[in-house]
Ligand binder design. Structure first.
Ligand code: GLG
Length: 793
């Protein structure tokens, strides 16, 4: 299909005309996009079949269970991975079709909130690209993450609608559907051979799989992402059919909009069980139909639990082994514990899931019984290890105080527990999960996150990719570790100039987009200082915006104050129910209004908030950044992955020693990164012992005082909108240490500005050292570690 230009062009036109009954000349970009994508999907079908054939012959399979997959767009990435991008770009150009315009048509598949979901997408890409047998299992939400619309600086949420025109990459497989039971009760039947359990009077929901190809780089391996959608079962109840329909379809209607709070509990729990029950049964079915022996399951299948959301996979596998395949408890547990591995992504206590028994038990009666038994046996083992230590056992129990603790269930039922960056894993081992670590230290390990360089470098930044290719060869495209070959060019002024030109080009592209979207003119020669990520108090967008306001005050007060012109760029969605986060978004807009419209700071400080931050927008923003803001309160950000994407694109990190920033520093060395603020131990000891009084900083630092007063004195608004923010900093003693870190941040920012303006040679060198040190943050490295040390594949 894609081997001959003429044949391609003809078949493209013909298909277009046949599918839409329209002449080629009159076809729209959308029709062209669908036609091309369908051709690509057909093109890979034989490789897809062949990959599956290969897997049938017995190598161990990995299944990555995740409630989120934040894929973004696929056309361009698939073409790159198939090695077809450039060819098709020219062949289509001949037909007067710009490939990038077709790419723009594709909706982002936004089945995720942020880092956790995007990590899952990067992992799929790496698994396939490393020719490893690893598949995703998730939910096919009808509506992905909400679309953010800004109205007068306030966030509005509109339902996202990626399936509006159908979705070209999926294949619906109704014949592989499974029915998932909810509610009802459990019949206990005593037989001579032992007690049997039967789930009766259940309400069934049909899980229908939709398979998507995951195209590996080089096109040799096509893995599968299986997404389940919830539909009515043929075992529909006779009464209240409409209610049943509504409740059934609700399960895969919306992605849960938050990754750190619990709301809509029953629905959320239904989603989780729906995902795992359908996935585990389809995994077992496939394993058995290929002639697998159940008792050997763990030798042929590894199942990974991405955060606690899919933890019910553990009791679900137990249920199947016990009730349907009649294994004994000990046999079943032996297999289960060796099959599962669990990744923890956060230590924020509000994100550690706990389900009230009063909800859990009626919804999932048999699963609850199994969880209770897992708990009893687990506590018994603890009792043997720690006789008499009731307090400790109670703290570690899986079911206690009327709740099921999902993280504890995950730890008990998995053979491996990992954190996502060195510091995070240390905190898990020594604090958050210390009891479990003492009990079973061998289970704990670290796997520092990574990002796929194929999307975040090859796809997002073709300009930089070709410069690197002409400089160090194309080896890095396959193996990101080869980026280290760039190190010697840190002193090559000809190369440095070219690198600068690439960055400038990317800033111009972004400037154009900002003008189109925001109507604001920004200067590509100013410093592009970027913070894009979910809005959360611990990520401290507030520190950034207060610094901007303070800078504004400084310039206003002293017209001789020297600073390099800066464009501050934000992008962030706040969870719809997270009032404080939404207020910070409004604050960013109010500061932007003040600063952008004041002649005194015109051309010096510009503030831009880009609406509806998402994967495809990130691909335009990240290549254009000079400074990457990674300023969370130390100890709070488990890893961060944006930090890695920016680094790979030559931005310099402005960061705290938090998450993977610690390892970024290790790669760049202290001269190529801007580190400021409290360290994790300091934050944690303040947390414990107190001793920090934010009011002192307000009283002793006139700049802080002046800036904070402006939140409430009418400078920014006269309706008292920002009182809550003012109060969080002063009345509630500034939980995230914004004021404590303020001066250190301000000074470090000043230093960054000075280097950019006065020592460009140094800055360019820093860029090189960041790019050349970023190879280790390819998710290929991460996945190789998972494969070897956790999954044993
Ligand atoms: C989490 C964490 C991030 C982490 C990501 C992927 O907050 O720090 O990088 O998972 O491990 N909920 C998240 O996005």
């Amino acid at each position: 299909m894609f081997s001959d230009k003429k044949a391609f062009q003809e078949s493209f036109k013909k298909r277009l005309e046949q599918s839409y009954s329209i002449s080629f000349q009159d076809s729209t970009r959308a029709q062209q996009f669908v036609t091309l994508s369908n051709m690509v999907r057909e093109h890979i079908s034989s490789e897809w079949i062949e990959t599956n054939e290969r897997y049938r012959k017995g190598n161990k399979q990995v299944y990555y269970l995740s409630i989120e997959f934040l894929l973004g767009r696929l056309l361009g990435q698939n073409l790159i991975n198939l090695g077809l991008y450039e060819t098709l770009e020219t062949w289509l150009a001949d037909l007067n079709i710009p490939l990038d315009e077709l790419e723009e048509i594709e909706p982002d598949a936004a089945l995720g909130n942020g880092g956790l979901g995007r990590l899952a997408a990067c992992f799929l890409d790496s698994l396939a690209s490393l020719n490893l047998p690893g598949h995703g299992c998730g939910i096919r939400y009808k509506h992905g993450l909400f679309e953010q619309k800004m109205v007068d600086g306030f966030q509005m949420e509109l339902p996202e609608n990626w399936l509006r025109y159908g979705y070209v990459w999926e294949v619906r497989k109704s014949d592989l559907s499974v029915d998932v039971p909810f509610w009802g009760s459990v019949d206990v039947i005593e037989r001579k051979e032992g007690t049997k359990f039967r789930h009766v009077d259940a309400e069934y929901v049909r899980a229908v799989p939709h398979d998507m190809p995951v195209v590996g780089y080089g096109g040799e391996t096509i893995n599968t992402l299986r997404l389940w959608s919830a539909e009515m079962s043929t075992m529909t109840p006779m009464h209240d059919v409409l209610k049943y329909k509504r409740e059934t379809e609700a399960i895969s209607e919306f992605l849960y909009p938050d990754d750190s709070n619990d709301e809509g509990k029953i629905l959320r729990l239904k989603q989780q069980y729906f995902l795992v029950s359908a996935s585990i049964r389809s995994i077992l079915r496939r394993f058995l139909s290929n002639g697998g022996e159940l008792k050997e399951l763990h030798k042929h299948v590894a199942i990974h639990i991405n955060d606690t959301h899919p933890v019910l996979a553990i009791p679900e596998l137990m249920r199947l082994l016990l009730d349907e395949y009649q294994l004994s408890w000990d046999e079943a547990w032996h297999i289960t514990e060796r099959t599962f591995a669990y990744t923890n992504h956060t230590t924020l206590s509000e994100a550690l899931e706990r389900w009230p028994i009063r909800i859990f038990k009626p919804l999932l009666p048999r699963i609850f019984m199994i969880v209770e038994e897992i708990n009893e046996r687990f506590c018994k083992r603890l009792w043997e290890e720690y006789p008499g230590e009731w307090g400790r056992i109670e703290k570690m129990a899986i079911v206690a105080n009327g709740e099921v603790r999902m993280a504890h269930l995950a730890i008990a039922g998995s053979h491996s527990i990992n954190g996502v960056a060195w510091l995070h894993t240390e905190i898990l081992k020594n604090r958050e999960m210390n009891d479990f670590y003492q009990f079973q230290p061998e289970k704990f390990n670290n796997k520092t996150n990574g990002i796929t360089h194929r999307r975040w470098l090859l796809k997002a930044n073709p300009e930089l990719t070709s410069l690197l290719t002409e400089t160090i060869g194309d080896g890095f495209q396959k193996d990101a570790a080869e980026l280290s070959k760039l190190a010697p060019y840190a002193d090559d002024s000809a190369f440095l100039q070219k690198l600068w030109d690439v960055k400038t080009k990317r800033k111009e592209i972004l400037a154009k987009r900002i003008f189109e979207q925001n109507g604001v003119k920004v200067d590509p020669s100013s410093i592009f200082d970027v913070q894009v990520k979910r809005l959360h108090a611990y990520k401290r967008q507030l520190l950034n915006v207060l610094h901007i306001l303070a800078l504004y005050n400084k310039v206003k007060a002293d017209s001789s104050y020297q600073m390099a012109p800066r464009t501050f760029i934000f992008g962030a969605k706040a969870s719809p129910g997270y009032f404080y986060a939404k207020r910070i978004i409004k604050l960013i807009h109010s500061v932007a209004d003040l600063v952008n419209n004041d002649p005194a700071t015109k051309g010096l400080i510009t503030v831009v908030f880009m609406e509806n931050y998402r994967v495809s927008l990130a691909e335009d923003i990240i290549p254009a950044a000079d400074i990457s803001e990674q300023i969370s309160t130390a100890s709070k950000e488990a890893s961060g992955t944006g930090n890695m994407k920016f680094m790979m694109n030559g931005a310099i990190t402005m960061g705290t020693l938090d998450g993977a920033n610690v390892e970024i520093l290790e790669q760049t060395g202290p001269d190529n990164i801007f580190i400021f603020g409290l360290k994790a131990e300091e934050v944690m000891s303040y947390d414990k012992e107190g001793g920090y009084r934010s009011m002192d900083y307000y009283h002793h630092d006139p700049l802080i005082r002046r800036t904070l007063d402006q939140l409430v004195d009418g400078t920014l608004d006269d309706k008292g909108l920002f009182g809550v923010i003012y109060d969080s900093l002063l009345g509630e003693n500034d939980q995230y240490f914004v004021l404590k870190d303020f001066e250190s941040y301000r000074k470090t920012q000043e230093e960054a500005g000075r280097i950019y303006a006065e020592d460009q040679a140094r800055w360019r060198k820093m860029m090189v050292n960041n790019i050349s040190g970023s190879g280790i943050f390819s998710s290929d490295r991460t996945i190789k570690e998972y494969a070897k040390e956790i999954w044993n594949i």
